[in-house]
Design a protein around this ligand. Structure first.
Ligand code: SF4
Ligand code: SF4
Length: 426
């Protein structure tokens, strides 16, 4: 099988040997009503109301949402407004924890015997893709097609991030049990777990945990970015190509992140919904990078303070990894469900002034999807929809490899993102 292209990133995972530490409860929790792809939930609690851990505080109003639960027990202080990174204003439930962590009586293990049960459980648990995507997990189970393969994504290829790695090292049994549960319910023949070959300890613990299970195999993957992109992951684990404008599920491959899989297993055993997650805290303003288990809605300033971040020196904060992470507006933001990383930097990385393309071909050799970024760039400058279509702009996953390697500092990935938007609206 031909290996897809990609790039080798500098070593940047300082937290990879740091065990997951539970963050002490903060003094205030701020839970925005939008933490997933899709529509916001509506607030269903009131100020001064006592709420329990796992109680629904945000109700979905459409199929494009899943419930949002209280991550702490305590009293709702106010329903405020939360500013999303894109400037959107969303209602936000603020809770003062009482420190008792009283669990709501409705939190009981669900009965999961059928595919519909699995979809319902994923929905009721408030599960979203924990690898950073924020996809609504229940939708994958609710599809009607037959799935022949489950691919678990343990290829945490981004700079800084180690939250999935720690899950694999510390919770391998849960990941394997979750995979076996989904395999059985969905009648899936084969489970493949993709892990980068430069993480031998994770490969070993998962392989050992999978020994007693039939049809679960750990697949070492090339240690290049972006192995974790689903089309690259599916190709390198199964050999199958996901066509343009299609998802892996369209060709019978169900893809789940390892942390999502572990969470679903825990939910099946306890009935406690998605109320916390593991966040990697790193960046040059954080002296000791770490992996923290954080209640959803914890203000990021509390997370950074716990990690001894030099708050006065912070100039920029990113949510997610170093390549595809998004700039976070302020310390007032909260940890949300898909947030796998919190990167605090003392410096603002300004894009360098682009110069003319010197036709070196580096962007072509870096692109995992075998696209021609230079030509896509040119086609977008000309707003040439036909050319963009012929060049398969829709296959671009905005991984940023082309921009990263370009000696002329051309913002290729950003341009192609705009080109895709042009195609969508054409
Ligand atoms: S951003 Fe798009 S064009 Fe650039 S390397 Fe990634 S997939 Fe290829
Ligand atoms: S990497 Fe930059 S300079 Fe080289 S061909 Fe691509 S766009 Fe041109």
């Amino acid at each position: 099988m031909k290996r897809l292209n990609g790039i080798r990133l500098q070593k940047g995972k300082r937290a990879q040997n740091k065990q997951i530490t539970v963050l002490p409860l903060p003094k205030l929790i701020r839970i925005p009503m939008l933490m997933h792809m899709g529509e916001p939930c509506s607030v269903c609690v009131e100020p001064d109301e006592y709420v329990y851990v796992g109680q629904v505080i945000g109700k979905p109003e459409s199929e494009d949402a899943v419930p949002i639960h209280a991550s702490v027990s305590g009293t709702v202080s106010v329903i405020s407004e939360y500013t999303m990174p894109d400037g959107q204003k969303i209602p936000c439930v603020e809770i003062v924890p009482d420190g008792l962590q009283v669990i709501h009586p409705d939190c009981t293990p669900p009965t999961i015997n059928t595919r519909q049960d699995l979809a319902d459980a994923a929905k009721n648990s408030g599960c979203v893709g924990l690898g950073g995507s924020g996809d609504l997990t229940y939708r994958k189970f609710a599809r009607t097609e037959k799935m022949h393969t489950l691919v678990l994504n343990g290829a945490e290829c981004e700079l800084y991030l180690t939250s999935d790695l720690r899950q694999m090292l510390e919770n391998a049994e849960e990941i394997i049990s979750g995979a076996a549960m989904i395999q059985k319910i969905m009648k899936i023949k084969e489970v493949l777990i993709g892990v980068q070959s430069n993480q031998p300890a994770a490969i070993q613990v998962l392989t050992e945990a999978a020994e007693k299970q039939k049809g679960i195999t750990v697949c070492p993957l090339p240690a290049v970015y972006p192995q974790g992109e689903k089309k690259v992951l599916v190709y390198h684990t199964t050999g199958l190509v996901v066509p343009e404008n299609q998802e892996p599920e369209d060709i019978g491959v169900l893809v789940l992140n390892v942390s999502t899989c572990a969470f679903l297993y825990r939910y099946s055993q306890t009935g406690i919904p998605l109320i916390d997650r593991v966040v990697t805290v790193d960046g040059n303003a954080v002296p000791k990078a770490c992996n923290l288990q954080v209640p959803i809605g914890t203000p990021i300033i509390d997370v950074l303070s716990y990690a001894s971040c030099e708050l006065d020196l912070v100039k920029q904060i990113y949510s997610g990894g170093g390549m595809m992470g998004v700039s976070y507006p302020a310390f007032r933001a909260s940890v949300i469900k898909p947030q796998n990383g919190l990167i605090a930097m003392k410096n603002i990385v300004k894009p360098k002034e682009p110069t003319d393309c010197i036709r070196c071909g580096k962007c072509l050799r870096a692109c995992p999807m075998n696209l021609i970024p230079t030509e896509l760039d040119r086609a977008y400058q000309q707003r040439n929809v036909r050319m963009l279509t012929n060049l398969h702009a829709g296959l671009c996953m905005n991984c940023g490899c082309c921009s990263y390697v370009c000696p002329a500092n051309r913002p290729l990935s950003e341009t192609i993102k705009q080109a895709k938007a042009l195609l969508t609206n054409a």
